[in-house]
Design a binder for this molecule. Structure first.
Ligand SMILES: N[C@@H](CCC(=O)N[C@@H](CS)C(=O)NCC(=O)O)C(=O)O
Length: 166
């Protein structure tokens, strides 16, 4: 059975999983969740994803949520095909994990807050709070200063080697 990706096509976390599946040439079927009608908060959905968030995958009955965990699972399971996404050398892998942690802890919360104001609110007919946007843009600048320091020491946030393409 083809891997099923339960998500929302415009949602960043769903796109992360979709991008990883594509890099690995893993066929998948996107099962679009009806956000507008709060399908992700329904008992059927939260029975699988108790936080009521997309995405999750169902691979022949193996269900997994949290986009980064899904991405790692796919990258390891399908390591022999497509783009090599996770280094195998322990030190290179540790630096890759450092990059993943940076993305999760520093980049994502700030950019999500900006996207929430500038993209998601207008989609619901609401106006962005420009004070919040300004605050978050300032916070982002501080984060990007740290990125500059890291990128002065290594080629990419995830290490020195780019993913190996097939
Ligand atoms: N840590 C989770 C976050 C998932 C997440 O924030 N999903 C958003 C869409 S990108 C969502 O479902 N938001 C609806 C909600 O929180 O009610 C993951 O990486 O899968």
């Amino acid at each position: 059975m083809v891997l099923k990706l339960y998500g929302v096509s415009i949602a960043t976390c769903t796109r992360t999983v979709a991008a990883v599946a594509k890099e690995l040439n893993v066929p998948y079927e996107l099962v679009e969740i009806d956000f507008a009608n709060a399908e992700h908060k329904s008992p059927a959905f939260t029975a699988i994803q108790p936080f009521g968030q997309v995405p999750y995958i169902d691979e022949d009955g193996f269900k997994l949520f949290e986009s980064r965990a899904i991405a790692r699972y796919l990258a390891k399971k399908y390591a022999s095909q497509g783009t090599k996404l996770i280094p195998t050398d322990p030190k290179e892998e540790a630096i890759f994990e450092q990059g993943v942690s940076i993305e999760q802890s520093h980049f994502y919360p700030v950019t999500l807050a900006i996207a929430a104001e500038k993209t998601f609110k207008p989609m619901r007919g609401l106006s962005p709070d420009e004070v919040v946007v300004e605050e978050q843009l300032k916070a982002l600048e501080v984060k990007l200063d740290a990125y500059d320091i890291i990128l002065g020491r290594q080629k990419y946030i995830g290490g020195n080697s780019s993913p190996t393409f097939p």
